[in-house]
Design a protein around this ligand. Sequence first.
Ligand SMILES: *Cc1c(COP(=O)(O)O)cnc(C)c1O
Length: 335
Amino acid sequence: MADLFEILDQFPRAKLIDGPTPLGRLDRLSAHLDIDLWIKRDDLTGLGAGGNKIRQLEFYFGDALSKGADTILITGAVQSNYVRAAAAVAAKLGLGSVLQLESRVPGMGARYQSSGNVFLSQLLGAEHMYFAEGEDESGADAALHEKAEMLRAEGKVPYVIPLGLNNKPLGALGYVRAAREILKQRADFDAVVVASGSGATHGGLLTGLRALGATMSVYGICVRRDASQQSARLQTVVRKISELLGETAELSDGDVLTWDGALAPGYGQIGEPMKQGLKMMAEYEGLFLDPVYTAKAFAGVPGLIQDGQIQPGMRVLFIHTGGVPALFAYQDELN
Ligand SMILES: *Cc1c(COP(=O)(O)O)cnc(C)c1O
């Protein structure tokens, strides 16, 4: 299985992060929740307000640069951290960026359309386009490929960062690598808790941890689909990672764990457990989470304690995957 990392290290990668992100203990929350709680600060990956997407983009931009691309195209929700991070990386590397924004969240006010990540990606000089449907990954990819053809006709060299599961999960490789980084910092966790959206972060971490022999539970907290749909998606993501690396990760059926107790009423929508998570992390630790991903993911910690899956005294690692700019876009709805 060490082979898996040898293969991984041969993929082209644009180096965007200086050194490991901090990993530290949350003392006051540990006392409050009666567990030994730690945090991996992947909100601090540096470039363009950081977050987990910078790790994923190291591999997409590595691939794009190796193909001589000068413009990247990418899809996300209106308040997507992914497209904002991609615009930042493109700026840093001197590429153009086209961001396709999808309507995924109903009933949001004016700030949602213009503040937070939308505002930041405008500052980064990105071009915006729009896609109406929020649950049509292959349709969104097709629309980007159409736009890419138009750019090609103008003499550009476009590169599409795809959404659909039928593509190579290059972004997940960033979290296979992150598993190695985490285990070097501290290896003796009983459980890891992380947001599970596309599944690239969750699937990459799970693959990397198991490849290195770590047996801790990895809980993917659902932010987009219910637990059974997300578990099915994860099986596919993990299989695609193995195919990409040409190595079968030794995962058993019980390895894919999901929890959806903070998902309602749906992707990007405000629910009570999320609000509690946001407040708890701010008031006990002075750290900000975001309403779409990390506050829901963190709500999974007390949720899994309540369900008895995390027991008193366990050593738990929460992955802070970033997203804080979106807080400002949700200000009216949260107040
Ligand atoms: C995208 C995102 C996630 C989810 O990551 P996936 O790899 O898509 O599952 C979690 N947290 C934040 C802040 C994100 O932007």
